[in-house]
Design a protein around this ligand. Structure first.
Ligand code: AMP
Ligand code: ZN
Length: 136
Protein backbone atom coordinates (compact mmCIF):
# COMPACT_ATOMS: atom_id res chain seq x y z
CA UNK A 1 0.00 0.00 0.00
CA UNK A 2 1.71 3.17 -1.19
CA UNK A 3 -0.32 5.47 1.11
CA UNK A 4 0.86 3.53 4.18
CA UNK A 5 3.95 5.06 5.81
CA UNK A 6 5.20 1.71 7.15
CA UNK A 7 4.77 0.03 3.74
CA UNK A 8 6.86 2.85 2.34
CA UNK A 9 9.54 2.14 4.94
CA UNK A 10 9.45 -1.57 3.98
CA UNK A 11 9.80 -0.57 0.31
CA UNK A 12 12.79 1.65 1.15
CA UNK A 13 11.02 4.85 -0.03
CA UNK A 14 11.28 6.34 3.48
CA UNK A 15 14.46 5.83 5.53
CA UNK A 16 14.48 4.14 8.91
CA UNK A 17 17.03 3.24 11.57
CA UNK A 18 16.87 -0.50 10.93
CA UNK A 19 17.26 -2.75 13.96
CA UNK A 20 16.32 -6.12 12.42
CA UNK A 21 15.09 -7.62 9.17
CA UNK A 22 14.13 -11.06 7.94
CA UNK A 23 11.94 -12.37 5.13
CA UNK A 24 8.65 -11.40 6.84
CA UNK A 25 9.57 -8.86 9.53
CA UNK A 26 11.22 -5.45 9.90
CA UNK A 27 12.12 -3.62 13.11
CA UNK A 28 13.31 -0.01 13.35
CA UNK A 29 13.67 2.77 15.91
CA UNK A 30 10.53 4.81 16.63
CA UNK A 31 11.06 8.32 15.28
CA UNK A 32 9.42 9.89 18.38
CA UNK A 33 10.63 7.57 21.13
CA UNK A 34 9.21 7.39 24.64
CA UNK A 35 12.77 6.50 25.64
CA UNK A 36 16.05 5.77 23.80
CA UNK A 37 15.81 2.39 22.07
CA UNK A 38 11.99 2.48 21.65
CA UNK A 39 11.65 0.10 18.70
CA UNK A 40 8.78 -0.80 16.36
CA UNK A 41 8.47 -4.30 14.92
CA UNK A 42 6.18 -4.79 11.92
CA UNK A 43 5.18 -7.49 9.44
CA UNK A 44 6.43 -6.57 5.97
CA UNK A 45 3.06 -7.49 4.49
CA UNK A 46 0.47 -4.79 5.06
CA UNK A 47 -2.20 -5.58 7.66
CA UNK A 48 -4.11 -2.90 9.55
CA UNK A 49 -4.39 -4.71 12.88
CA UNK A 50 -3.41 -7.90 14.66
CA UNK A 51 -6.69 -9.42 13.48
CA UNK A 52 -5.88 -8.89 9.80
CA UNK A 53 -2.58 -10.79 9.82
CA UNK A 54 -2.24 -14.36 8.60
CA UNK A 55 -1.18 -16.93 11.23
CA UNK A 56 2.18 -17.22 9.40
CA UNK A 57 2.86 -13.48 9.68
CA UNK A 58 1.75 -13.45 13.29
CA UNK A 59 4.08 -16.36 14.07
CA UNK A 60 6.98 -14.66 12.28
CA UNK A 61 6.38 -11.49 14.31
CA UNK A 62 6.22 -13.50 17.52
CA UNK A 63 9.54 -15.23 16.84
CA UNK A 64 11.25 -11.99 15.83
CA UNK A 65 9.71 -10.13 18.77
CA UNK A 66 11.61 -12.28 21.25
CA UNK A 67 14.89 -11.90 19.33
CA UNK A 68 14.61 -8.13 18.88
CA UNK A 69 13.37 -7.54 22.44
CA UNK A 70 16.40 -9.42 23.79
CA UNK A 71 18.79 -7.27 21.72
CA UNK A 72 17.04 -4.01 22.71
CA UNK A 73 17.07 -5.07 26.36
CA UNK A 74 20.73 -6.06 26.32
CA UNK A 75 21.97 -3.27 24.02
CA UNK A 76 20.33 -0.52 26.06
CA UNK A 77 21.42 -2.10 29.34
CA UNK A 78 17.75 -2.05 30.36
CA UNK A 79 16.22 -3.21 33.62
CA UNK A 80 12.89 -4.16 32.02
CA UNK A 81 10.98 -3.97 28.75
CA UNK A 82 7.34 -3.31 27.81
CA UNK A 83 5.69 -4.71 24.68
CA UNK A 84 2.67 -2.69 23.54
CA UNK A 85 0.50 -3.25 20.51
CA UNK A 86 -2.47 -0.97 19.76
CA UNK A 87 -5.45 -2.04 17.64
CA UNK A 88 -7.92 0.57 16.38
CA UNK A 89 -8.13 4.23 17.26
CA UNK A 90 -9.71 3.76 20.69
CA UNK A 91 -6.61 1.87 21.84
CA UNK A 92 -4.27 4.59 20.61
CA UNK A 93 -3.42 3.22 17.15
CA UNK A 94 -2.33 6.06 14.88
CA UNK A 95 -0.58 4.16 12.09
CA UNK A 96 -2.82 1.54 10.53
CA UNK A 97 -0.12 -1.00 9.72
CA UNK A 98 0.18 -3.42 12.60
CA UNK A 99 3.21 -2.77 14.82
CA UNK A 100 4.60 -3.83 18.18
CA UNK A 101 6.25 -1.24 20.42
CA UNK A 102 9.30 -2.53 22.31
CA UNK A 103 10.17 -0.17 25.14
CA UNK A 104 13.30 -0.75 27.22
CA UNK A 105 12.80 0.40 30.80
CA UNK A 106 15.14 2.00 33.30
CA UNK A 107 14.61 3.28 36.83
CA UNK A 108 13.49 6.89 36.71
CA UNK A 109 12.60 6.89 32.99
CA UNK A 110 9.32 8.60 33.90
CA UNK A 111 7.19 6.29 31.74
CA UNK A 112 4.06 5.02 33.49
CA UNK A 113 1.37 2.88 31.87
CA UNK A 114 -1.97 3.88 33.47
CA UNK A 115 -3.38 0.70 35.01
CA UNK A 116 -6.72 1.53 36.65
CA UNK A 117 -7.51 -2.04 37.77
CA UNK A 118 -11.12 -2.83 38.67
CA UNK A 119 -13.04 -5.66 40.37
CA UNK A 120 -15.62 -7.97 38.73
CA UNK A 121 -19.14 -7.84 40.12
CA UNK A 122 -20.90 -11.02 41.30
CA UNK A 123 -21.05 -13.57 38.42
CA UNK A 124 -19.54 -11.11 35.98
CA UNK A 125 -16.20 -12.90 35.55
CA UNK A 126 -17.94 -16.16 34.53
CA UNK A 127 -20.20 -14.40 31.99
CA UNK A 128 -17.22 -12.54 30.51
CA UNK A 129 -15.31 -15.83 30.26
CA UNK A 130 -18.24 -17.46 28.41
CA UNK A 131 -18.39 -14.57 25.90
CA UNK A 132 -14.72 -15.06 25.04
CA UNK A 133 -14.93 -18.85 24.86
CA UNK A 134 -17.92 -18.63 22.49
CA UNK A 135 -15.97 -16.32 20.18
CA UNK A 136 -13.25 -18.84 19.20
P1 AMP B 1 0.68 3.88 17.35
O1 AMP B 1 0.14 5.05 18.12
O2 AMP B 1 0.67 2.60 18.14
O3 AMP B 1 0.01 3.75 16.01
O4 AMP B 1 2.21 4.19 17.10
C1 AMP B 1 2.73 4.74 15.93
C2 AMP B 1 4.19 5.02 16.17
O5 AMP B 1 4.84 5.18 14.92
C3 AMP B 1 4.44 6.29 16.97
O6 AMP B 1 5.17 5.95 18.17
C4 AMP B 1 5.29 7.16 16.03
O7 AMP B 1 6.29 7.89 16.70
C5 AMP B 1 5.88 6.12 15.09
N1 AMP B 1 6.26 6.61 13.77
C6 AMP B 1 5.52 7.35 12.92
N2 AMP B 1 6.20 7.58 11.76
C7 AMP B 1 7.39 6.98 11.90
C8 AMP B 1 8.55 6.86 11.06
N3 AMP B 1 8.60 7.41 9.84
N4 AMP B 1 9.61 6.15 11.52
C9 AMP B 1 9.58 5.59 12.75
N5 AMP B 1 8.51 5.66 13.58
C10 AMP B 1 7.44 6.35 13.18
ZN1 ZN C 1 1.31 -0.80 5.37
Amino acid sequence: MTDCIFCRIVAGDIPCAKVYEDEKVLAFLDINPLMPGHTLLIPKKHAETLFDMSPEEAAACGAALQKVAAAVFKGLDAEGLNVLQNNYEISGQEIFHVHFHLMPRKTGDGFKVPWPAKKYGPGEMESVLQKILKAF
